[in-house]
Design a protein around this ligand. Structure first.
Ligand code: GLV
Length: 328
């Protein structure tokens, strides 16, 4: 039997490549070159599978130009880089990497919330810049996390993980907004109360965004939503760039209309809106919420399991458009 041919579009663990090589003819981008879309299409010619990292857009143009492609395995839980309808129409399976990153990402969401509320990055920059000449009673006073009201928008697995950390670890009053309400047992587990988006924005001391990106969630937080928040409130985005209107946020931060923000994701990343780079009350990290070695390994392993599961055994683990399987 001839081996399927698989492309790995970005640098990844050598062990990941070795696992793939045991089953497939592999071309890997271990030098992590930035391929244009045309280069990606050229590299995909004659390949049945591709290991993607979430930054490669797979849409009608790519699919029409790569008729042999059968599966795109994302090493990410988010999959807004996939046009799933077009993939289904072309009979191409998409898979993502859920669950394995839930707790790690919830840890990071909480870390970013703490850093934002307690002004950790801002005060560290001050110290490193040699500006700490003497202690003052009001130096870098932030806002409390324990006992505060935590508002979570997007109550999937990661949102629930953040809710549990807040409610059980920090005695927070947790409210949430989601497309659909959680069942009573899950709400009790998270000690979370369902509220409308407007109530959440008006009452939360700390707002955390964990909603998946889609055209419907574009600018979930824009100028109008920021205007509803308390001037003392903080906002954390670990969801996706585009969920927040970054220009409107930078202005609200500069004008003190909210206290602070923590952002791991950006509109048009890795570019960051220049105004965000000049406001002090924002913590900026380069899309690292799932970045621990064990979790990144588990995510890569799940993408490999999906490629093997589908191309060798016909049984992918985490299919996004199972209609493709049913049609086979
Ligand atoms: C990271 O952003 C992911 O979707 O896994």
């Amino acid at each position: 039997m001839t081996q399927a041919r698989v492309l790995v579009s970005r640098a990844i663990f050598p062990e990941t490549i070795a696992r793939l090589q045991a089953h497939f003819d592999v071309e890997a981008n271990q030098s992590d070159e930035d391929w244009s879309r045309e280069q990606l299409i050229a590299k995909l010619q004659g390949r049945q599978g591709v290991f993607t990292t979430g930054s490669e857009r797979i849409d009608e143009t790519v699919l029409a130009a790569c008729p042999e492609l059968k599966i795109c395995a994302n090493m990410a839980v988010g999959y807004n880089n996939f046009d799933l309808d077009a993939m289904t129409a072309h009979g191409v399976l998409g898979t993502n990497a859920p669950d394995v990153l839930t707790e790690t990402t919830a840890d990071f969401g909480f870390a970013l919330l703490m850093a934002t509320a307690r002004r950790i990055a801002e005060s560290e920059h001050f110290l490193r810049a040699g500006q700490w000449k003497k202690w003052r009673f009001d130096m870098f006073s932030g806002s409390d996390v324990h006992g505060a009201t935590l508002g979570i928008i997007g109550m999937g697995r990661i949102g629930q993980g953040i809710a549990k950390r807040g409610a059980h670890g920090f005695g927070m009053n947790v409210i949430y907004h989601n497309r659909s309400r959680l069942d009573a047992a899950l709400e009790a587990d998270c000690k979370a109360r369902y509220v409308g988006k407007e109530e959440l924005l008006r009452t939360a001391d700390h707002v955390v965004l964990v909603v998946p990106y889609s055209p419907a969630s574009h600018h979930t937080i824009g100028a109008a939503e920021l205007a509803l928040m308390k001037p003392s409130a903080t906002l954390v985005n670990i969801a996706r760039g585009g969920i927040v209107d970054d220009a409107a946020l930078a202005l609200a931060l500069r004008e003190g209309r909210i206290a602070a923000a923590g952002l791991d994701v950006f509109e048009g990343e890795p570019k960051v809106h220049p105004d965000l780079l000049t406001v002090p009350n924002v913590v900026l990290t380069p899309h690292i919420a799932s970045a621990t070695v064990p979790t990144r390994r588990a995510m890569a392993d799940l993408a490999v399991d999906n490629l093997i599961g589908f191309l060798v055994d016909g049984k992918p683990l985490t299919p996004l458009n199972p209609a493709v399987l049913a049609a086979r």
